[in-house]
Structures are given as structure tokens and as C-alpha cells.
Write a protein that binds this ligand. Structure first.
Ligand SMILES: *[C@@H]1O[C@H](CO)[C@@H](O)[C@H](O)[C@H]1NC(C)=O
Ligand SMILES: *[C@@H]1O[C@H](CO)[C@@H](O)[C@H](O)[C@H]1NC(C)=O
Ligand SMILES: *[C@@H]1O[C@H](CO)[C@@H](O)[C@H](O)[C@H]1NC(C)=O
Ligand SMILES: *[C@@H]1O[C@H](CO)[C@@H](O)[C@H](O)[C@H]1NC(C)=O
Length: 916
């Protein structure tokens, strides 16, 4: 039926001549949600109305906001769908009607949902350790498939089980870590359309703060203006901020506290004891907060708060010094005095040992000397029982705790009655004034001192021979004993405000010393060394001199010599002996009072002369030859620095007098010695001048006698370094130049003279040349005379200048010539190997001995009032084997036998009898 009817309708259209035709353009529509689209409905054949119907069938009225219908003209109408929604989908109809006829067309509109991210926040923050869910809400039609990427790579869920995609497409990370931080990508895909879209999500993992502390407990010192630092070093993300609290109150920057930028360091300013306690630091960030407790311990330096000086007297039973101190920890207190330290709890009896006790130990004997230290928190007392004057002085109180110590002095004054020092016995002799010293120690030191004798105060009318010399701390009673009655007791009485003290001094007549004892005699051929012991008794006053007397046993006169006492004098040398002869020697000691007994005499025999002489040749015995001992040398560098004075001390002459000295020297690095210097026997030193600067020199001095040469006495020394060049050139430069000029001038003059003279000679047979040519012998003779001396001078131009000083030069001027010759005393019959001029000089010797200033430094000649010295010529001063000449108190000469040994008769013997 239906098709038939349709055909009928179509026929109707055509029958009515104008049939309606409707078309919609476009014929299809497919849009995504939100898009807009329009459709045009065109009608062919006059239509009165054109209407659009929605998919639900209702007619679309104009004025709807989402869908508009507009009649363009007679033949068309436009349907516009704005912002399509899913429910706008469906089939839309356009119906045209001409009154009697209707026609329609349809268009199917499809609407779909694109991939749409509805909720994808970024960044998304989590706290480390959380089960994090990364949100990504995505919709589409059809629904999308969602996949996750981390840092551009697909997340391997099977590899890390912490990762999981939830049913709502969110990504779950269980126990998120800081390392999971980064950019995640949430990607949606629709297979049907091949559509892809994605969003990036920044994931931030915050970390809860943690605090590292450097020191849980900090030590600080109070009241020193010091600051102390407390520190909490926070970790966490984001960077935490640190704040501080104490007793639950926040601490703010100000006078007391200061903070660094992130608050991690807090400085407590000007620490006091009040700042001690606990401090809390709190570190806070997005993830949360944490806190730590720190404690501050404040120490206080010890401080002495009470200490006072004390005064006591020796009469007091005890004195106490008190010292009080504060500090934290509580200080311990100790006391010291000099080197002695007293510590707490020393209650037992102490032997007080002070430095003073070394000088006056007797002051410390006795039952006293008890020191007691009592300490109680912060207070200590030092009690001295029976204080003595040696306890006076500065005591130190020391307060000490863990962080320091402080020391403060306090003085203890001990007042005491005078104490008398000084030796009780004073020795002197009649006519010799002596002092009795009454030295006083006292405090207060204001003392009066009086002297008493037999109860009468001195000085008085009966005592013209007494003087008193007073000083503030001593009184000297100078007594010049006139008679025996002036010896005896003298009483020194002294007092100050504390008390009075007296002491008896006794003036004792001095005696002469007892005899020294001769221990041993060491004989040589012409001398002997006498070793002795000091007398047992000095008689009360020191021994000043010793007298030795000697003679050939049992005959002749005693020869004597006096020796001044020098430090450690324990031997004397007797001289002028003959070889192989028995002698006896005795000694006595002399003090101010006089000379004591002589010791028993000691017998000894001098040695034989240790050489023989035959046929003009000396023969030395192989051992025990009689040459002198080597001289002992002493060098003194002269101010100029390159000059040296070499002094020698004559040693034993081996039994035969020294004839001369031979001096040799050289720079150490040189192989050659400088020419030997030969000096006469009396010489004492040689001056070496003009040596090289800063150079080491060796000097040898050999003493020679008729028996041979000694081993050399040696000396090594170094000259100074050269003074600055400027001074040198200033001195030498111009001098040399002037010298050269003068030299040239002289040369010219001499040449002129020679020419004139030569002319004269040839023409007139006169002038100097003529004289020389005519009498050649004369001048040669003159030269020979000088030979002896020339030896000294000849090398002066090449070698350093040598200055020689001999004793003889220093003595008798009128005899100087003869004395310069070394072998002057050699007997005439003896050959002179050196060819020196031999002069017998016996008389001359005597004169020298009589007044020779250098003859005897050990002699007593200077003691004018008493025993004139005996000028025993000690070796070097007395030339050769002559007699020893001795001077007695009356300056008369004594005789000594010559000791010329092998040929005594060759020398004139001089015997001068002593009066004694
Ligand atoms: C602080 O002082 C105490 C007590 O003297 C000591 O034991 C500790 O070691 C000190 N601490 C520091 C950090 O110096
Ligand atoms: C005694 O002492 C006084 C004072 O020190 C002094 O001047 C005097 O010379 C002395 N006298 C003697 C003999 O030492
Ligand atoms: C002085 O000497 C006379 C006679 O010896 C004696 O009587 C007198 O007491 C002495 N005077 C004094 C002060 O010593
Ligand atoms: C010294 O003299 C005084 C006064 O006469 C006397 O009291 C004292 O005992 C004497 N001192 C001595 C040690 O004899």
C-alpha cells in the first residue's frame, strides 16, 4: 500500500504543476564538541513556510541561544548550531510547506569529544616518603587510553613496583623519593581517530628538615666580653629556615643574640653566667619542621675577692692570711712563698725551707715552723705558727679552676727585735787597727746601736784609740790596740721599738802563723820546686807571704827569698843552685803580725847537668838530656787586628841557663816558615806585626841553652778579618803615591849627582866615586861590624815587621848594646856556635840585679816597711849561669855561688856577703 500512496503523492505534485523540492547543504555534518556549524535549507517551488525540527522532533523556534534558525529569503533558511554539545547530535529536518503541499529534507549531525585534559595541575608537590598520586584527568569520546612518561621515557611499571596507574588514569608512586622528582608526562590517545595529546607535570618532592648539630654542649667563659656560637645546620627541601627558642620564648636578634642569614648560627653576645642553659633550634619548611636542643655551659674565671696584708711580730703565736675567691667551677686556692707552695690540707708539721735558710740556717732551728692551710669553699687561710722574721715578704694566693687561674700577692710584715750578725772573734795585734762589725737586721730598721766595754759606753775619755763608724744597719768599732788591755770583750747593744739585743764581741791578739810543712822537693840541676802545705794555724789573720831559705847542706849562708801569697800558692821555686849538690831548704809563713817558725829543713840533691862537652862539640845523652822545658806561650791580638804579641813564660832551664829564644811562625796554610827570629835570653815577648788578615798562624818558641833546644812552646791564633777597604785605601793609597813620587825625585837627583861626580872623577880625579874606587877595603870592614845586628833587620822588606822587646832594653840603657847579644854570658873559652860576640858581664849583672824592676814579681820588694824582698833573679831576668843575687831587708846583696856547672872558673865569681 505504502509505495502506492507515495507514487500518488509524487503524481499530485506533478499534477499541480509546481511541486515543492527541499535540499540541505551540506548533506552531512560531523563536528567535535564546542565547534559551531551551519546548514542551509533551500526549497524549490514556492514555499510559504520553511521550518527546522530538532532531532527530538520539536520545531526549533527562533531565539534559542544554542541553535538559531534564520529565514534568509523565500527559498532558504539557515540552521546554525553554536558550540556544539554532545546532545546536539541527531537528525535535523527542514520542512517546507506551500499551503497545500509539504516537502522536507534531513541532515544527520554527528558530535564527538576530543581528548581534553580537565585537571592536570603542575607543579604537584609531595613530601618524601608519601604515597604520591600524580593527578591527570583526561576525557574524550570515545574514552582515551592514558600513558605516563618520566623525563621523556615511558615508565616501566614492571621494573619499579612503586609505580602504578590507577583506574582513573592517575599515577601512583608509593614512597616517593627525592630522586623521583622531575617532569612527568600524561599522554592520552584515541586509536579510532589517531588522536594524541599530552600534558607535562612538574613533580616536586619536599623533604622534611633534619638538623645536624656541631656540639651538643658548648663551653663559654663569663664576664670577659666574649661571644659564643651555637649552631644547628639544617637539611631539607625546600631550604628550611631555623628559628631559636629558650624556655619556649622565641629569641630575637638584638643586644643578646645575633643570627646569620638562615638562622642556623646564633651568637650569644657578652656571655654571662645567666646565659647558661638549654637552647632549642627549630628548622621549618613546607614539608614540616624538626628541632634540636643545645646546651650552653658557662664557666667563670676565678677571681680573688678578698685578700689583705697582715702584720705580726716574732712574739706572736700565729698569724693568718685569708684569701677568698669566686669562680665556676669553684676554684681551689693555693698559697706560695718564694719557691715553697702550700696546698690545702697540709696540716702536718712542715720544715719550712726558704732560700734564706741557706745563708742563715741557724735562724730556722727550733720547734716552730708549722704552716697550716685550711680551705673551705671559696675561702682559704694560711696560718703560720710562731712567725719568724724570715717569714716576712710577699705571699701569693692562687685561685685556680678548669678554665684559668688568678694570682694576687699579699704581704706579711713581721716586726722583730734587732738581730746581730758579724763574726764574734776579731784578731789583730798591737798597733794594727781592726774593726769589730756589729751588723744589725731589724724591722722596723730604725735601730740604735751602742758599744760597751766593762759596762761603760764607748767611746769615752779613757779610750782615745777607739773610733765608731755607723751606718744605718751596722756599727763598726775600730780599735787600735795599744796594750794587752785593749784586747777582750766588747758589747754591742742595739734596740728598736720591738726589743733589744746585745752580743759580746771579742778582740783577740793575733799570733804569727805556725810553720808550713814542706811536702816534697822536685830538684832540677839549677832550680828546685818546693811543694808545701799551709801552716796549721794562721794566727788569726791571713798569711801574706812565705819565706824560703836554702843552702848547701851544712855550709854556707842561707839564701832566702820571699814569695807573695797568690791564689792557691802551694809550691815555690828556689833558684841559683849548683848541679849534683845536696841542699837543704826550709820555709816559714808571714802574716801581718810577723813571721812564724821555720819548718824543719828538707834535704835534696840537685840533678847532674845532662850533657857533656868534648872537643868543641856538645854530646847529648840520649835520654834525660838537659835541654830546657818548652816555654809556655800567651798570645794577645793587638788592637790593630793583624799584630800579635806573643809572650812566653820561662819554664825550667834544664840546669843550664837559657841562652836565647828562637821564634818561628807561619800562616797555617803556608808550607814555609818565616825566617827564624833569634832573641836574647832575657826576652819576654815578640811582637808580630803586619800579618795577613783573617789567617791562622802557628807560632813556635824554642828555648835554647848550652845543652840544646827545648821542644817548642806552640801557639795558634787567627788574625782579625780586614777592616773595611775604605779606611785601608785612605791610609795606604795616598802614602804609596807620595812614596813613588818622592822615589822618582830622589832617583833623578842621584843620577844627576852621579853624572857630575863621574865627570869630576874622570876629569879631576876627585869626588865620591874616586874615593870608593881608590879605597875598597875600608867599607867592607865597616859592614862586618854590623853583621850581628843585620840578621834581625835584613828581611824586613819582605817579611812582616817584627818588634822585639827584651828585658835588657827596658832596664839599663847604658848597657843595652851588650845585652842585645844573646850569648853574652857564654864563657870565653867556650866556642860560640852562633858567632855572636861574647862579653863577660859579671859586674853588669850585679847592677841589674840590684835595681832591676822586672827581676822578681814574686818578691817582697814592694813592702817598704817590712822585709825587703829578695831579688832572686828568676831565670829569664838573670842572664845565665851567674850567681843568684838576693837582697835582704837592708837592700844588701847576698852572695850565691855560681852554677856555671862544667867550667865554673871561666866566670868571675861574685860573692857579696849578706849581713844576715
Ligand atoms: C666543656 O667543659 C667540660 C668540663 O670542663 C669538658 O669536660 C668538656 O670537654 C668541654 N667541652 C668542650 C666542647 O670543650
Ligand atoms: C772600719 O770600718 C770603717 C767603715 O766601714 C772604715 O772606714 C775603716 O777604714 C775600717 N777600718 C779598718 C781598720 O778596717
Ligand atoms: C777611766 O780609767 C780610770 C782609771 O783607770 C777609771 O777609774 C775610770 O772608771 C775609767 N773611766 C771610764 C769611763 O772607763
Ligand atoms: C751587754 O751589755 C748590756 C748592758 O750592760 C747587758 O744588759 C747585756 O747583757 C750585755 N750583753 C752580753 C751579751 O753580755
Amino acid at each position: 500500500m505504502f509505495p502506492t500512496k507515495a507514487i500518488i503523492l509524487v503524481l499530485l505534485f506533478f499534477d499541480n504543476a509546481v511541486s515543492l523540492q527541499v535540499d540541505i547543504t551540506p548533506a552531512h555534518g560531523e563536528i567535535s564538541v564546542g565547534e559551531s556549524r551551519f546548514f542551509l535549507c533551500e526549497v524549490i517551488g514556492g514555499a510559504k513556510e520553511i521550518d527546522w525540527f530538532a532531532p527530538a522532533g520539536e520545531k526549533i523556534e527562533p531565539g534559542r541561544p544554542d541553535i538559531s534558525v534564520i529565514r534568509n529569503d523565500e527559498t532558504s533558511s539557515t540552521l546554525t548550531i553554536y558550540n556544539a554539545k554532545v546532545d546536539n547530535a541527531g537528525t535535523y529536518r527542514c520542512v517546507a510547506s506551500s499551503g497545500d503541499q509539504d516537502a522536507e529534507a534531513t541532515v544527520n549531525l554527528k558530535i564527538y569529544q576530543k581528548i581534553t585534559f580537565t585537571n592536570v595541575p603542575s607543579p604537584q608537590e609531595f613530601t618524601e616518603g608519601d604515597n604520591a598520586i600524580i593527578v591527570c584527568d583526561v576525557i574524550s569520546s570515545p574514552p582515551p587510553t592514558v600513558l605516563w612518561k618520566y623525563k621523556g621515557a615511558k615508565i616501566q611499571f614492571d621494573k619499579d613496583v612503586r609505580f602504578k596507574t590507577l583506574s582513573n588514569n592517575h599515577l601512583q608512586i608509593r614512597g616517593i623519593r627525592k630522586t623521583d622528582e622531575g617532569v612527568y608526562t600524561c599522554e592520552g590517545r584515541i586509536k579510532a581517530r589517531g588522536e594524541v595529546d599530552f600534558r607535562s607535570i612538574k613533580v616536586v618532592v619536599n623533604v622534611l628538615p633534619t638538623i645536624r648539630i656541631r656540639q651538643a654542649e658548648t663551653n663559654a667563659t663569663a664576664d670577659m666580653g666574649f661571644s659564643t656560637l651555637l649552631a644547628c645546620d639544617p637539611d631539607g627541601f625546600p631550604e628550611p629556615i631555623v628559628t631559636w627558642r629558650r624556655n619556649n620564648a622565641p629569641l630575637e636578634s638584638g643586644n643578646k643574640y645575633s643570627f646569620n642569614e638562615d638562622g642556623s648560627e646564633m651568637t650569644v653576645l657578652d656571655v654571662t653566667k645567666l646565659d647558661e642553659g638549654d637552647y632549642t633550634c627549630i628548622a621549618k619548611n613546607k614539608a614540616g619542621e624538626s628541632e634540636q636542643e643545645l646546651s650552653l655551659k658557662v664557666f667563670v674565671q676565678p677571681k680573688i675577692t678578698y685578700l689583705e696584708s697582715q702584720t705580726t711580730t716574732e712574739m706572736d703565736e700565729q698569724v693568718t692570711l685569708t684569701c677568698e675567691a669566686t669562680g665556676d667551677p669553684t676554684p681551689t686556692i693555693t698559697w706560695s712563698f718564694g719557691t715553697r707552695v702550700f696546698t690545702e690540707g697540709e696540716q702536718e708539721q712542715q720544715k719550712r725551707i726558704y732560700q734564706a735558710s741557706w745563708t742563715r740556717p741557724e735562724q730556722h732551728k727550733g720547734p716552730d715552723g708549722e704552716v697550716l692551710v685550711r680551705s673551705d669553699a671559696r675561702v682559704s687561710s694560711l696560718t703560720l705558727k710562731y712567725p719568724q722574721y724570715t717569714d716576712a715578704g710577699q705571699y701569693l694566693c692562687t685561685a685556680r679552676n678548669a678554665i684559668g687561674e688568678t694570682v694576687q700577692p699579699v704581704s706579711l710584715e713581721v716586726r722583730y727585735a734587732p738581730k746581730i750578725l758579724g763574726s764574734v772573734a776579731v784578731y789583730t795585734w798591737e798597733g794594727n787597727p781592726a774593726n769589730i762589725s756589729c751588723e744589725v737586721l731589724a724591722h722596723p730598721s730604725d735601730v740604735s746601736i751602742t758599744w760597751l766595754r766593762d759596762g761603760f759606753q764607748l767611746p769615752n775619755a779613757n779610750t782615745s784609740n777607739i773610733k765608731i763608724h755607723n751606718t744605718p744597719s751596722a756599727s763598726y768599732l775600730e780599735v787600735n790596740p795599744e796594750s794587752q788591755s785593749d784586747f777582750g770583750n766588747y758589747n754591742c747593744t742595739t734596740s728598736n721599738e720591738i726589743g733589744t739585743e746585745s752580743r759580746e764581741f771579742i778582740m783577740i791578739p793575733a799570733d804569727v802563723p805556725s810553720a808550713p810543712s814542706i811536702g816534697e822537693v822536685q830538684p832540677y840541676s839549677s832550680t828546685a820546686q818546693v811543694l808545701f802545705e799551709e801552716p796549721e794555724s794562721t794566727g788569726g789573720v791571713p798569711v801574706l807571704k812565705y819565706r824560703a831559705e836554702w843552702r848547701a847542706v851544712g855550709r854556707g849562708k842561707w839564701v832566702q827569698r820571699v814569695y807573695e801569697v797568690k791564689d792557691g800558692l802551694s809550691s815555690v821555686t828556689v833558684t841559683g843552685l849548683k848541679p849534683e849538690t845536696d841542699y837543704e831548704v826550709k820555709m816559714s809563713a808571714i802574716n801581718g803580725k810577723g813571721e812564724g817558725d821555720s819548718s824543719p829543713s828538707m834535704v835534696f840533691k840537685t840533678e847532674h847537668v845532662r850533657y857533656s862537652y868534648t872537643n868543641g862539640i856538645f854530646h847529648f845523652h840520649t835520654e834525660d838530656t838537659g835541654e830546657p822545658s818548652p816555654p809556655i806561650l800567651e798570645g794577645t791580638l793587638q788592637p790593630k787586628g793583624n799584630s800579635l804579641k806573643v809572650k812566653w813564660i820561662k819554664q825550667d832551664d834544664g840546669g843550664s841557663p837559657i841562652t836565647h829564644y828562637l821564634v818561628r811562625y807561619k800562616a797555617r796554610e803556608d808550607s814555609e816558615w818565616k825566617p827564624e827570629i833569634r832573641l836574647p835570653s832575657g826576652s819576654e815577648y815578640v811582637m808580630l806585626i803586619g800579618l795577613d788578615w783573617d789567617t791562622e798562624y802557628d807560632v813556635f818558641v824554642v828555648a835554647e841553652n848550652q845543652q840544646g833546644k827545648s821542644k817548642p812552646g806552640t801557639l795558634t791564633f787567627r788574625t782579625s778579618s780586614e777592616p773595611t777597604a775604605t779606611t785601608d785605601s785612605m791610609e795606604d793609597g795616598p802614602g804609596l803615591n807620595t812614596g813613588v813620587i818622592v822615589g822618582i825625585l830622589i832617583l833623578v837627583c842621584v843620577l844627576l849627582l852621579l853624572i857630575v861626580d863621574a865627570t869630576c872623577c874622570f876629569l879631576n880625579k876627585c869626588g865620591i866615586l874616586m874615593c870608593i874606587c881608590g879605597k875598597p877595603g875600608q867599607s867592607t870592614k865597616g859592614k862586618d861590624i854590623e853583621t850581628g845586628k843585620a840578621a834581625f833587620v835584613q828581611d824586613v822588606s819582605k817579611e812582616p815587621i817584627v818588634e822585639v822587646r827584651t828585658e835588657e832594653e827596658a832596664t839599663a840603657n847604658h848597657d843595652a848594646e851588650g845585652h842585645l847579644e844573646p850569648n853574652e854570658t857564654t864563657p870565653l873559652t867556650e866556642p860560640d856556635p852562633q858567632g855572636d860576640i861574647a862579653v863577660p858581664l859579671v859586674n853588669h849583672e850585679l847592677e841589674i840585679d840590684g835595681e832591676h824592676p822586672l827581676a822578681s814579681d814574686t818578691d817582697a820588694t814592694q813592702d817598704g816597711s817590712h822585709a825587703g824582698g829578695t831579688a832572686g833573679s828568676s831565670g829569664p831576668s838573670a842572664p845565665a849561669q851567674d850567681e843568684k843575687i838576693l837582697e835582704d831587708e837592708n837592700a844588701e846583696l847576698k852572695k850565691v855561688a855560681p852554677d856555671a856547672g862544667f867550667e865554673p872558673n871561666a866566670v868571675t865569681q861574685t860573692n857579696i856577703e849578706s849581713k844576715a
